[in-house]
Design a protein around this ligand. Structure first.
Ligand code: NAD
Length: 441
């Protein structure tokens, strides 16, 4: 089989590479010439653990190609994936202009039957719009070529994307013809050999499944943050509560960690888009509206603790930040809570020195030279009045607190991810604040 994957971001590049890894001939397309030139030289546009090695292996094997020429790639492929961005428009709805532009180009260039699959996260009804866009382009060329559309939402997690793709919990595919189902079954067969299920359904249900999944996960996070804030007021320990409820099999231990709010390119925009889809169709998503507002408030919780600790006198204080990306093992800075926290610190007159193992380059796009960037975690601490742990990178979990304390002006740690032990830090003479546990005043 031959496939084309249009869009070589986090999803497209991982998708294309993993299909190549199981032996399929893949062309990854992007409109960004520089991205494609770099990829041809083995330079990846994103950080994703393990990806560089698997890209280079498949390029060397002649199965993975990069191009800006969609027209050429589409002419030879059995399946074309659309994996371009669907950023939030001003009203919160998913902006489909990139998806529909790709659909148009596909219609303008296809020469044979092909299944056009939306892998981007798109609202219910988008596959129908993609179909109309392709039909219109075919009509303009007076071409009579059969095609199918399908929806195959992606559930990979940045930071674990390769494993998620190669060993998926499930593959969801929405189709409207047996022919498309056969093609998609054949394409995904190599991933199913170890019992990973493929779930076929109608296209609107597949489109909705992705939003429902992300909204459910965002709900778990906001619910737990709400509980954490109440624990703190009431003198309960959210870590204990988390273990207590997680052991109920109906609840489970995953995704119930309190923190400083969800970020990233998916949850914020997908929650917004689902609220918008509902309201456009006369329905009010009350739970999701609360999820969103709890999340907005949660991004300020760490700053509020810092401000309270210093009695509101933050002008001239130096703050060290550990972690910039929205979560560990990625350089993705989209909607990262660190951006909100840093903005608040800067507005309050603080200086900020930050360290992140991989996201500094990306962070510079939004933060520029408003903060300083340290070359290691310890450099960020020099003369700092406080340390804020914003992203739980593994290397922050067990630092040498003796060294940490010596470098800092004041031994104050504000832990937005609950990775330290309050008792241990108190014994070492630190003031320690975390989320959902009353630790210091
Ligand atoms: P991204 O911004 O990293 O990548 C999108 C790519 O598409 C860019 O390289 C851009 O240059 C390219 N592009 C835009 N218009 C194009 C066109 N007309 N032709 C060719 N290339 C074009 O986006 P992403 O994070 O990979 O997300 C893509 C989609 O997948 C979104 O809908 C997102 O919601 C969804 N998704 C993302 C994740 C994730 O973890 N990032 C997970 C699941 C689903």
């Amino acid at each position: 089989m031959k496939i084309a994957v249009v869009g070589t971001g986090y999803v497209g590049l991982v998708t294309g590479t993993c299909f190549a890894e199981v032996g399929i001939d893949v062309t990854c397309i992007d409109i960004d010439q520089k991205k494609i030139d770099n990829l041809k030289q083995g330079i990846l546009p994103i950080y994703e653990p393990g990806l560089e090695e698997i890209v280079s292996r498949n390029v060397d094997a002649g199965r993975l190609h990069f191009s800006t020429n969609l027209g050429e790639a589409i002419q030879e492929c059995d399946v074309a994936f659309i994996a371009v961005g669907t950023p939030p428009g001003e009203d919160g709805s998913a902006d489909l202009k990139y998806v529909l532009a790709v659909a148009r180009s596909i219609g303008e260039n296809m020469t044979d039957y092909c299944v056009v699959v939306t892998k981007s996260t798109v609202p219910v009804g988008t596959a129908a719009k993609v179909r109309r866009e392709i039909e219109a382009a075919l009509e303009r060329r007076d071409a009579d070529i059969e095609f199918d559309v399908a929806s195959n939402p992606e559930f990979l997690k940045e930071g674990a994307a390769i494993d998620d793709f190669l060993k998926p919990d499930r593959i969801v595919v929405g189709v409207s013809s047996e022919r498309a189902e056969d093609v998609m079954s054949k394409l995904y067969k190599p991933f199913l050999l170890n019992g990973h299920p493929i779930i076929f359904m109608d296209i609107p249900s597949a489109e909705m499944t992705k939003y429902a999944a992300n909204s459910m996960l965002a709900t778990k996070i906001s619910f737990m943050n709400d509980i954490a804030n109440l624990c703190e007021i009431m003198g309960a320990d959210v870590n204990m509560v988390r273990r207590g409820i997680g052991s109920d099999a109906r609840i489970g231990h995953r995704f119930i960690y309190p923190g400083i709010g969800y970020g990233g390119s998916c949850f914020p925009k997908d929650v917004k888009a689902l609220i918008r889809t509902a309201s456009e169709n006369g329905y009010d998503m009350q739970v999701l509206k609360a999820v969103e507002s709890v999340n907005e408030a949660q991004k300020s919780v760490l700053f509020d603790k810092v401000s309270k600790h210093f009695g509101g006198e933050l002008k001239g204080k130096k703050m060290a930040i550990w972690g910039l990306s929205f979560k560990p093992k990625t350089d993705d800075m989209r909607e990262a809570p660190s951006l909100v926290i840093i903005e608040k610190l800067l507005n309050a007159g603080c200086s900020v020195s930050a360290y992140d193992p991989v996201a500094i380059q990306e962070a510079k796009h939004s933060l520029g030279d408003t903060i300083t960037y340290a070359k290691d975690p310890f450099e960020a601490l020099i003369d700092a009045d406080a340390l804020l742990v914003v992203t739980e990178w593994p290397e922050f979990r067990a630092p040498n607190f003796g060294v940490v304390g010596k470098l800092m002006k004041e031994k104050a740690i504000f832990d937005g991810r609950n990775i330290y032990d309050a008792k241990e830090l108190a014994e070492l003479g630190y003031t320690y604040h975390c989320i959902g546990i009353k630790t210091a005043h």
